[in-house]
Design a protein around this ligand. Structure first.
Ligand SMILES: Cc1ncc(COP(=O)(O)O)c(C=O)c1O
Length: 357
């Protein structure tokens, strides 16, 4: 007899992986919103140095790393949470907040992990469609909150559409949500937003006991492979998620690398500038090639394929060695999501996209 996986877990939809193809040349990997740039050299050195100490377990509370984050963002160290990627903070948050009968509200399409949070806890997912311009509909999300709602996710900017909701609207939203509902604002791409104080929502965590902000070192810092995320959260949230996770979830090398990365804000600024230049170029080229795109504030474009067949485009790109995310897998057939790489790779991507027109 086969082993019996618990029913709630067996029902979890499989996380859609980007397809990879055997292609006889260099792949253009535009599927996972990673940074095309290696970590800063001092971070690479910190990784090497930390590698010499991996006979020891990491500091389970990440004290030096959390102190550095607290200093960088002028927050109390007690309000800093760490995770094995920000995914772990989301997963642990769902585990401690949700249960069968509870409701989780989020916009859709949004980050593909969100449906899992409801599925794995047996809670009900309440998906609120984005507006016609691919933005969160905060009024509709507010209307979707019931006495059963225990957690609300706001992905800002939103993955996969790249759209950004301004901070005034989020502040007003937080003011309306009942205080016993945990609002998680997922800021995985906040560094790529232009023309705002990117830390503008952090005071919400100090002013409200129900607001959590999550961020990651996987995108702008180029540390996706190390799995390190962080967040700002009320103490009750931090204490609860620490109960359900293994004590050493953020590994020793990751802690050292991310702490060092915080010493190089100029490098972050430079990475942002490079990304913004590529963003402008790719978006302009796509529009000239006849494709509509959502107004992105991230390191990826959300591309409307119009009359084109999505599978034909995704497969056609793959034959050219270009891997993107299919909209179908993200709940939005007829779209693709393409993360920015470097100019030579973008030349290949745009040439391929033009060939479909
Ligand atoms: C919106 C969003 N949140 C969180 C994450 C997860 O980041 P991490 O690598 O820190 O787990 C991602 C990664 O793609 C994301 O797109």
């Amino acid at each position: 007899m086969p082993i019996r996986i618990n029913e709630a877990i067996a029902a979890i939809p499989v996380y859609p992986q980007a397809s990879t193809y055997s292609f006889g040349g260099p792949l253009v990997k535009m599927s996972s919103n990673e940074s095309p740039h290696a970590p800063h050299p001092a971070v690479a050195e910190a990784i090497t140095a930390a590698g010499r100490n991996v006979n020891r377990y990491p500091d389970p509370s990440g004290s030096a790393f959390r102190a550095k984050l607290a200093e960088t963002y002028d927050m109390a160290v007690e309000q800093i949470v760490l995770g094995n990627g920000s995914c772990e903070i989301l997963l642990a948050g769902a585990q401690v907040l949700l249960e069968p009968g509870a409701e989780l509200v989020y916009a859709w399409p949004s980050f593909s992990m969100y449906p899992h949070l409801a599925a794995m806890t047996g809670a009900t997912a309440v998906e609120v469609p984005l507006t016609s311009d691919h933005r969160h509909d905060l009024d509709a999300m507010l209307a979707a909150i019931t006495p059963k709602t225990k957690m609300v996710l706001v992905c800002n900017p939103n993955n996969p559409t790249g759209t950004f909701v301004d901070f005034d609207a989020i502040n007003a939203f937080v003011g309306e949500v009942p205080s016993d509902v945990c609002i998680v604002i997922d800021e995985a791409y906040i560094e790529f937003v232009e023309g705002v104080d990117r830390d503008g929502l952090l005071p919400l965590v100090i002013e409200h006991d129900n607001v959590v902000i999550t961020r990651t070192f996987a995108k702008i810092y180029g540390l996706a492979g190390l799995r390190v995320g962080y967040g700002f959260a009320p103490l009750a949230f931090k204490q609860a998620i620490d109960l359900v996770r293994q004590p050493f979830s953020v590994n020793l090398v990751a802690q050292a690398a991310a702490t060092e990365a915080l010493n190089h804000p100029d490098d972050v600024t430079e990475r942002v500038m490079t990304t913004l230049a590529e963003r402008q170029w790719v978006e302009t080229e796509l529009r000239e090639a006849g494709f509509a795109t959502a107004e992105t504030q991230t390191n990826f474009s959300w591309i409307d394929l119009g009359e084109l067949d999505e599978d034909a485009v995704v497969d056609g790109l793959a034959r050219e060695g270009i891997i993107v995310r299919a909209g179908k897998a993200l709940g939005a057939p007829g779209f693709i999501r393409a993360s920015y790489c470097e100019r030579a790779e973008h030349d290949r991507f745009i040439a391929a996209m033009r060939s479909f027109g």
